[in-house]
Ligand binder design. Sequence first.
Ligand SMILES: CC(C)(COP(=O)(O)OP(=O)(O)OC[C@H]1O[C@@H](n2cnc3c(N)ncnc32)[C@H](O)[C@@H]1OP(=O)(O)O)[C@@H](O)C(=O)NCCC(=O)NCCS
Length: 161
Amino acid sequence: MIEIRRITPADALYEQEAALREQVLLRGAGFDFASFREEYPYEDDAEHFVALTIDSHAGEPIERVLGTALLIPHHPHEGFGKVTQVAVDPQRQGEGIGRRLMVTIESRAFGELGLTEVYCHAQNTAMGFYKALGWQTDGDEFIEAGIPHHRMSIKTPDPVA
Ligand SMILES: CC(C)(COP(=O)(O)OP(=O)(O)OC[C@H]1O[C@@H](n2cnc3c(N)ncnc32)[C@H](O)[C@@H]1OP(=O)(O)O)[C@@H](O)C(=O)NCCC(=O)NCCS
């Protein structure tokens, strides 16, 4: 069973979140986690979502992080939100974990936070993922951390009549 949970950098699971992000995203862009934090100082402003499994060993729960995604509310302007650091364990990709993380983030963004648009800088190789979730591509390709990206976004759903 996969659970999606919102954590903070003070949570015991944050170390696993950081390790997964380093493995799946950061090393390929030339960062370790410490240098990434220095370059992009938004860890404490972001809401951190993790997908995890909970097993038990000798009666103790063992929680393992299989996916991560961050939402930076009201970035870069009031009413907008940026999704970043979306990563799923390479052994568990293609099982719907990324989709579940994004559904939770959209629900948080458009529900409780009342944002009107959520966007990301999608690596070209991940654009199909966001497209499958109903996101649109905005504008031309650009390079970030040496990797080709596109801005992609989704707007608040229309209110039900
Ligand atoms: C991209 C990523 C987060 C997707 O997570 P995932 O758990 O593997 O994706 P899901 O299984 O939830 O897939 C949801 C949908 O997106 C599609 N999809 C997933 N990854 C895709 C990709 N790279 N290209 C095209 N479509 C993709 C799936 O086919 C599925 O479509 P469907 O529901 O119509 O069948 C994950 O593969 C990953 O960590 N990749 C490496 C890091 C990365 O690129 N992160 C994004 C940086 S912007």
